[in-house]
Design a protein around this ligand. Structure first.
Ligand code: MRU
Length: 351
């Protein structure tokens, strides 16, 4: 069974429930979000994480904003202003994954169809319908990426980085979906998961998802990836993305770029799987992608355990950018984009 990252409970005055990923794999605990600040805190602290999943959380967050306006009995104009202000806060809760901004903007656009002066409760109903649509759509896109990804995975072991499964999306995942779909088709191969420093999404989340599904997984330190690739046990690497520029440069969890360089050095195909909502065609290259810098404590005291002397500083970018020329194919819901060029991307995704 693919784990579920988030769900909506009730009607437009309902609750967003998030599986608190900071507690995994030790504890499965659901966090009930009834207002926007709780959702923003959950996104910032990675209780919900992964580009598509934070987009969906942001979409449901706009429903909570409209429900707040209803509870406050705001008149139509201030209610709309309240939703727009909360939406702006949600959209910028984390900077790198463009899915968040994309999903929140889509929710706000849905309000344009309402008559002027629509009451707050009507805003909430429309926003919930849109958020549910985005959620259900992501589930379908994940299934499609799983099929396209499984079809291009060459024989041999597969190495992945970070977490790109059910916990990171509204469905079976992006990169991890390729692995689980191939496995469900009866193919058998070794699956390797980089632990993914500093927050260990690979060890804590990817390994947990695979163990839940009965797929054997081997976890390795990020620094062991080059040695593993040198053994010849890995036939391909596949990762997700948080934002992909028009030329195919892809931002993903820190360590992805290094892995792509090592894969290139060993002639191992390197794939990136992401839905069209992760592409930002307004950016010509990856140089324009904002990279989130996170707290020094994540590096200096991993999982709260001090590991460096007081006084040491930290360098902690959460993402890096892999240049398009290192990527063999971009696996999208529409199929695999290869070679990875601006022209091919435009042809598959449209303007
Ligand atoms: O900081 P995180 O855990 O949100 O980073 C997640 C990643 O980098 C994923 O690889 C990416 O969002 C793709 S998720 C399908």
């Amino acid at each position: 069974m693919t784990p579920v990252a988030l769900r909506w409970s009730g009607d437009a005055a309902g609750t967003l429930e998030l599986l608190d990923q900071t507690l995994l794999p030790g504890r499965v605990s659901w966090l009930a979000c009834r207002d926007v600040p709780v959702v923003i805190e959950a996104i910032r602290s990675l209780r919900v994480r992964g580009a598509p999943a934070i987009g969906i959380a942001g979409a449901y967050g706009t429903v909570l904003a409209a429900a707040e306006a209803t509870r406050l009995q705001l008149a139509p104009a201030p209610a709309l202003a309240h939703v727009q202000a909360r939406a702006a806060e949600l959209a910028t809760a984390r900077p790198t994954a463009v899915n968040l901004r994309w999903a929140v903007a889509r929710c706000l656009r849905a309000l344009d169809a309402l008559p002027a002066g629509a009451p707050a409760a009507a805003l909430a109903t429309t926003l919930l319908a849109t958020a549910r649509e985005i959620h259900a759509e992501d589930e379908r896109l994940c299934a499609a990426m799983g099929r396209h990804g499984a079809a291009v995975l060459p024989p041999g072991g597969v190495l992945t980085h970070c977490n790109t499964g059910g916990l990171a999306t509204g469905g079976v995942g992006t990169a991890l979906a390729a692995i689980t779909t191939a496995w469900d088709q009866g193919r058998r191969f070794e699956v390797f998961a980089d632990e993914t420093r500093p927050l260990l999404q690979g060890a804590r989340l990817t390994a947990w998802e695979l163990v839940q599904r009965g797929i054997p997984v081997t976890v390795l330190c990020d620094g062991a990836a080059a040695a593993l690739l040198a053994t010849g046990r890995v036939g391909s690497c596949i990762v997700g993305a948080d934002r992909i520029a028009a030329n195919g440069d892809a931002a993903n969890k820190i360590g992805t770029y290094g892995l792509a360089l090592v894969a290139a050095a060993h002639g191992i195909p390197f794939f990136v799987a992401a839905p069209s909502s992760t592409f930002d065609l307004t950016l010509a290259t990856g140089a324009g992608i904002p990279i989130e810098e996170r707290a020094a404590a994540e590096v200096l005291a991993p999982l709260g355990v001090p590991a460096a002397p007081a006084g040491a500083r930290a360098y902690n970018p959460a993402f890096d950018v892999t240049p398009a020329h290192l990527i063999r194919g971009l696996i999208t819901e529409h199929g695999v984009i290869s070679p990875v060029t601006a022209a091919e991307i435009l042809q598959v995704l449209g303007p």
